[in-house]
Design a protein around this ligand. Structure first.
Ligand SMILES: Nc1nc2c(ncn2[C@@H]2O[C@H](COP(=O)(O)OP(=O)(O)OP(=O)(O)O)[C@@H](O)[C@H]2O)c(=O)[nH]1
Ligand SMILES: [Mg+2]
Length: 517
């Protein structure tokens, strides 16, 4: 028998971004002709895609380690590194992706949904891209950031319209076999069915799926028998069909008490938030095995009570096929009603399929008490990424990082949170924890010096625009003053023509002096 895998832990490693390149263009007679280091390429993301052609997680059970390619490093002469190719992992429709702590990341209920489960690293900028008017020849490049690495849990939940529930050997698999083309294993011992079987039924205009799940017994919710675990597959069904065995010879069992026990077990199953509890969904009852005379009698006997409880009851035999037509028609009606109700619901917003997307610009500083004084922890996507991009063996790169952090306001905030000279500053929540040693001196300077005395925090740096505007206005004022002065002189010259008028030419006397030399 083929193994049925409905749960698998994937170990994922998304590709790293390639490092940027530091390179200087060399030409004949011009050995330092400017930076030309190319950017590193991005790594490849690992993407899950819900695919109707995929029906099992078996492939991932056999090969749970998946690694996507890294981005290539940048090279000289402005050559960028290649991008790592994204890795697409097809999963069956109905796969739920969870993190290792059990939180649901996404429910891939619709065919064709894409979920970036492991985000690749970004390529680092090369020194050509880092060049600016102020920094004409950067002697550093940014490192590529690491890709996401970790485990996720894939859980396959069968998506069926109708779920058959009942005791072992009640005839659930036989019923699926009788009303659909599915060929589940049928035998006269309990727990024949170990994994759900799906059958497709066509009744009138409606086409629907029926899931036959393993038998339930009393205490299933506490783990007896095959436990409640298999009800996970029932979770998404529109309606339930109770299959009751009227021909059982086991002492102490009869259709009514069987039903009560199953109802008790179903009530104990916790459905995920936002879904209807199992017992609040439409339910029908099938009294099975009425080809056996005693079973038919028993069915007649219990029918009034079941009807009194409000169930629609069907007497069936999967052997003689009696009652199956009416039953499949009734199930089809239920499904059609369920679908119509669903279509009338306002459409849910499409799920955003990029994980771990936090507001990029935000960072927070957490002050933690340590034995050697407070630790200032900077937590935020940007600062963490920038740290990962920094080559700490290169002073220029460290300086660039300090500038970026200062511009974002990190150092400002550190100062406000009370960081002083010698404080330990750590950037990153976990994983990327790095001790802020290399730039401690600059942080310390900032923290001890009164605000504004640090050159990088001076007004000239902080508000370049208003500063530039001020300088411009000053210069314009000076110009106007000079012109006024000149006009005044010229006017004076016009009135006193005899005194002569000469436009002063600055530098002219010097020129003559130079010629004379
Ligand atoms: N006489 C008679 N026997 C039936 C009928 N339906 C099922 N059976 C028998 O009951 C036994 C159990 O049938 P299954 O379909 O395997 O029962 P199940 O509910 O799927 O059982 P589990 O998978 O163990 O939970 C088999 O021996 C079937 O032949 C029926 O309508 N009449
Ligand atoms: Mg079965």
């Amino acid at each position: 028998m083929a193994t049925f895998v409905d749960q698998v832990t994937l170990h994922l490693k998304a590709g790293h971004g390639g490092n940027g390149c530091v390179s200087v263009k060399r030409e004949k007679f011009k050995p330092l002709a400017g930076p030309d280091g190319g950017n590193g390429g991005d790594g490849g993301d690992i993407v899950l895609v819900s695919d109707t052609q995929t029906t099992t997680l078996l492939g991932y059970h056999r090969a749970p380690h998946r690694t996507s390619p890294h981005g290539g490093p940048g090279m000289g002469d402005h050559r960028a590194g290649y991008h790592g190719e994204g890795m697409v992992l097809p999963v069956p429709v109905g796969t739920v992706v969870k993190s290792t702590d059990g939180t649901e990341l996404i429910d891939m209920v619709e065919p064709g949904m894409r979920f970036v489960v492991a985000l690749a690293g970004q390529g680092g900028l090369g020194n050509a891209s880092l060049a600016s008017t102020k920094r004409k020849a950067p002697g550093f490049a940014l490192l590529g950031t690491p890709g996401w690495e970790g485990d996720v849990l894939l859980e396959l939940k069968v998506v069926a319209d109708i779920a058959l529930v009942g005791y072992p050997s009640a005839g659930k698999s036989s019923l699926v076999a009788a009303i659909s083309a599915a060929k589940p294993k049928i035998a006269d011992y309990p727990f024949t069915t170990l994994h759900p079987n799906l059958g497709v039924v066509e009744s009138g205009d409606t086409r629907y799926t029926v899931a036959d799940v393993p038998g339930l017994i009393e205490g299933a919710s506490e783990g007896k028998g095959l436990g409640l675990e298999f009800l996970r597959h029932v979770e998404r069904c529109t309606a339930l069909l109770h299959v009751l065995d009227c021909a059982t010879l086991e002492p102490g069992r009869d259709p009514i008490s069987d039903l009560d026990i199953i109802l008790g077990e179903l009530a104990a199953y916790p459905v995920p938030e936002g879904q209807l509890p199992l017992l609040e969904r439409p339910q029908l009852v099938a009294l099975n095995k009425i080809d056996v005379p005693e079973a038919r009698e028993l069915a007649e006997l219990v029918r009034p009570e079941l009807e009194a409880r409000g169930y629609r009851v069907f007497d069936i035999s999967t052997v003689s096929h009696e009652g199956l037509r009416q039953l499949s028609f009734a199930l089809g009606e239920l499904v059609a009603q369920g679908r119509a109700a669903k279509a009338a619901e306002p459409e849910k917003p499409r799920i955003v399929i990029r994980p771990r997307a936090v507001n990029e610009s935000d960072f927070v500083i957490k002050v933690e008490g340590g034995s050697g004084g407070n630790i200032y922890r900077v937590v935020g996507q940007k600062p963490e990424r920038w740290v990962a991009q920094t080559d700490f063996t290169n002073d220029e790169a460290i300086g660039y990082l300090a500038d970026r952090l200062a511009k974002l306001g990190v150092e400002n905030e550190l100062f406000k949170s009370g960081a002083v000279a010698g404080s330990t500053v750590v950037i990153g929540r976990d994983g990327h924890v790095f001790d802020w040693e290399p730039t401690l001196s600059s942080t310390a300077e900032l923290a001890t010096a009164p605000r504004g005395s640090d050159p990088r925090l001076s007004e000239a740096q902080r508000s370049t625009h208003s500063r530039r505007r001020e300088t411009y206005l000053e210069r314009m004022d000076a110009k106007t003053a000079a012109r006024d002065e000149m006009m005044r002189e010229r006017n004076a010259g016009m009135w006193n023509d005899d005194e002569g008028f000469e436009v002063e030419r600055p530098g002219a006397p010097d020129d003559t002096a130079a010629k004379e030399d």
